[in-house]
Design a protein around this ligand. Structure first.
Ligand code: PEP
Ligand code: MG
Length: 756
């Protein structure tokens, strides 16, 4: 029976390895000594170390118990054989009968066929595989969890030895052969629009761990405890910082982060590694590596994001352990930073100097990644899911982040670079021109006033309303704060948020749309069954009516927040009158409840609906008797009208918002609303495109709601337009049968000097 290394045994083994590494001899000799020490300590016949060379080759670098000529000759690719399997999975593997594993391959030069059992662990650094450490036994031995843990601790030490560059050159370690130095354009996913040019900065603030092995675990645990306490203090300070304390979502995110910092499981795993003989910083790094390897494999998006928070915390904890003050290492960065990271935590982004941060590129990430939400609030373009970009860039490379087109241009050629510089300059000039329009009305040349509102969902958007001079918020998507949160916000939390929105709107109208979750808007903490067509599935008002408590709580929060003030509420995805009636009934119940509680009544309550399902357009007479206003959600309305998925790039241009069918439908809606003096607005994306907005004004829309960045361009268009000329023109082209009126309308704009 093999001896199981005890905790102290593991520490003794580490101490011996430390002595080898501190002693004389070339790196190869050290490796050779390490394998024989590990083999004897494990009472294993074989101990081998494979190291990953450039070109994704795992080369046998040191072995005891295998044929000596196999060293440096046996090479495996990732996924090949059991060693390749461990590397591919980045997970330990123990097998009492290795040869029956489907990935076992016979390598005669090693002479390993006589060994029956195997225990192998990945050698990880920065979550990336750098090698594999394995032991083998002749008998069918079962390896214990403690033994695997010890092997992992040794692997951690080996990872640092490999990273020192003494075994393989830095060139090989960084696989520079994958960097071409040629211009490259890489595609990703748009996480925030906008354009930025700057210098690549890798977000890899590695802290060098000089001492890996410790003799006194009690002292190390005390160092850890001290560092944890300091870190908690620093996070509290961050929470108290003025802009965080004021900016709702930032705060929520940091609160979650703080909760992770107190996670007992995480701290216990670090403590365990200290007991096994590592220094506090090496223990933090070991757990960080394990976590990184885990989340590389994690397919659940939400869990991946959460695991990432631990990565960020580990970095912070290391800073406290080795005494580098936070922010210190970002001080010497370039003027125009394009940050490149696999992923990062929201607090890490806030560590960078915001005045120099221009853009962010992530290998991972999704629209609900916390860091993307914070980046949006900071108004920097973000492209996510750019596969392996970190292998393709060097610090200091020129990078263009084109958030609008979800592209990243690395080391752009001179002409491409110049074209983007020109675009940026033109944009800056345009922005300055739009800013000067802030206080002038959106009024056509013939005196028609159009109200321009913004679509919002973050508290940070309120600032946009003020800066653009918008007339109000035409669509407040309440689901966005729900998507940001780590659990369902209760009535108090919601009321607090809505109160701030109302307060910051400074008396301008805000239309609160009740929760539109489902479809592409999943809530991370709410597990709903997958649907084949989620956009047409259980979403929006359908969820709210099936889960009335949800709607009641939201309405309660809105009523509480708006006491004594105006309140506009709008229901999403109403398809039939009965749904509106049912929602209205729930609202009435909540109004009655508020009255009973003695709350100050709402000054002016307006209740309306989104019109975004075609069926509702055929129930206008009944609907108009019930609603105070209608807002057309053209994004959904046209996706259902044309049976054309709004999110599918393949059909994005297939049907046009300016097609005869779309315009006829919109025109009908305006006519019916005008006949009953019911306000109608449009809050889909088309409202923010100047040419589309021109057509809408021509059809009779007098209120449009759009992304804040569109206010300037749309206002410019309106101020150069004669609405009566356009109306006459539209009447004359009513019966065309073309695919779209877009070209005709463009010509009209050009002929009449309309600035689109
Ligand atoms: C719409 O459908 O046009 C709309 C404004 O709502 P959302 O984009 O939030 O679905
Ligand atoms: Mg919609």
């Amino acid at each position: 029976m093999a001896r199981i290394p005890t905790m102290t045994g593991s520490r003794r083994l580490l101490a011996r390895l430390r002595d080898v590494m501190a002693g004389a001899g070339a790196a190869q000799e050290q490796l050779d000594r390490i394998v024989s020490i590990v083999a004897s300590d494990f009472v294993a016949e074989v101990c081998s170390i494979y190291i990953l060379r450039a070109g994704e080759v795992l080369e046998l670098f040191a072995a005891t118990g295998l044929a000596p000529e196999a060293v440096h000759n046996t090479r495996l690719s990732i996924g090949e054989g059991l060693i390749g399997h461990i590397a591919a999975q980045s997970r330990p593997l123990t097998l009492a009968d290795a040869q029956s594993h489907p990935d076992y391959v016979f390598r005669p030069e090693t002479g390993e066929e006589i060994y029956q059992s195997l225990a192998g662990v990945p050698i990880l650094r920065g979550g990336r595989i750098t090698g594999v450490l394995a032991v083998q036994n002749r008998t069918g031995r079962s390896y214990t969890e403690e033994e695997v843990e010890t092997l992992e601790t040794i692997a951690m030490v080996l990872a640092e030895l490999i990273a020192s560059g003494e075994i393989l050159s830095q060139d090989e370690l960084h696989a520079v052969d994958s960097i071409t130095f040629m211009p490259i354009t890489m595609d990703g996913v748009r996480l925030n629009g906008g354009l930025a040019i700057g210098e690549a900065v890798r977000h890899e603030r590695r802290i060098q761990i000089l001492k890996l092995v410790a003799d006194d675990p009690v002292a190390e645990q005390q160092r850890l405890d001290r560092a944890v306490a300091e870190m908690h203090g620093a996070i509290d300070e961050m929470l108290e910082a003025k802009d965080v304390a004021e900016g709702g979502e930032h705060r929520d995110i940091l609160e979650t982060y703080k909760m992770f910092a107190e996670d007992a499981g995480w701290l216990a795993r670090i403590g365990e590694a200290i007991t096994n003989g590592l220094t506090a910083e090496a223990a933090v790094e070991k757990v960080r590596n394990d976590t990184r390897a885990r989340f590389r494999k994690q397919t659940d998006r939400y869990l991946r994001e959460r695991l990432h928070d631990f990565d960020d915390l580990a970095h912070r904890l290391l800073q406290h352990l080795v005494g580098i003050p936070e922010n210190n290492d970002t001080a010497n960065l370039p003027e125009n930073i394009i940050l490149m990271a696999r992923n990062m935590g929201p607090a890490e982004l806030l560590d960078y100097d915001r005045t120099r941060l221009r853009g962010l590129v992530l290998e991972e990430g999704s629209a609900t990644t916390h860091v993307a939400i914070v980046a949006r609030a900071l108004d920097i373009p973000v492209v996510g899911r750019v596969a392996e970009i970190l292998d393709k860039i060097e610090t200091g490379d020129t990078i263009i982040v084109d958030g609008d087109n979800a592209q990243v241009h690395i080391r752009p050629a001179e002409d491409v670079y110049q074209a983007f510089v020109d675009t940026l300059t033109a944009r800056a000039q345009r922005m300055a021109a739009y800013a000067s329009l802030r206080d002038v009305p959106a009024e056509t040349k013939d005196g028609i006033r159009v109200d321009l509102h913004i679509n919002a969902g973050l508290l940070a958007d309120m600032q946009n309303m003020l800066e653009t001079g918008a007339d109000g918020i035409g669509l407040y998507r309440t689901e966005i704060p729900f998507m940001n949160s780590h659990d369902f916000p209760d009535v108090d939390r919601q009321a607090e948020l809505y109160e701030r929105v109302i307060e910051q709107s400074g008396g301008k109208p805000v239309v609160f749309r009740t929760l539109d979750v489902g479809g592409d808007k999943g809530l991370p903490y709410w597990d709903t069954a997958a649907e084949e067509n989620p956009a047409m599935g259980w979403r929006a008002i359908r969820v709210s009516l099936d889960r009335p408590a949800l709607l009641r709580h939201q309405l309660r929060a809105l009523i509480r927040a708006a006491q004594g003030q105006n309140l506009s509420i709008m229901f999403p995805m109403i398809t039939e009158i009965a749904e509106f009636d049912a929602a209205r009934k729930i609202l009435n119940l909540e109004l009655a409840r508020a009255e009973k509680k003695g709350r100050t009544p709402i000054k002016n309550l307006q209740v309306g609906t989104m019109l975004e399902v075609p069926a509702l357009a055929f129930q206008m007479p009944a609907l108009l008797k019930r609603v105070d206003f209608i807002s057309v959600g053209s994004n959904d309305l046209f996706q259902f009208l044309f049976a054309s998925d709004r999110g599918s790039p393949k059909i994005a241009d297939r049907y046009d918002t300016l097609s005869p069918a779309a315009l006829r439908l919109l025109s009908n809606l305006v006519e019916q609303c005008d006949a009953t003096s019911t306000p109608i607005s449009l809050c889909g994306e088309m409202a923010g495109r100047p040419l589309d907005a021109m057509a809408l004004v021509g059809l009779g829309f007098r209120t449009l709601s759009m992304a804040p960045s569109s206010i300037g361009p749309v206002k410019t268009m309106i101020r150069s337009l004669s609405a009566s000329d356009l109306k006459r023109y539209l009447d004359s082209v009513q019966d065309v049968s073309e695919h779209s009126l877009r070209e005709k309308l463009r010509e009209f704009a050009l002929d009449h000097g309309v600035m689109i």
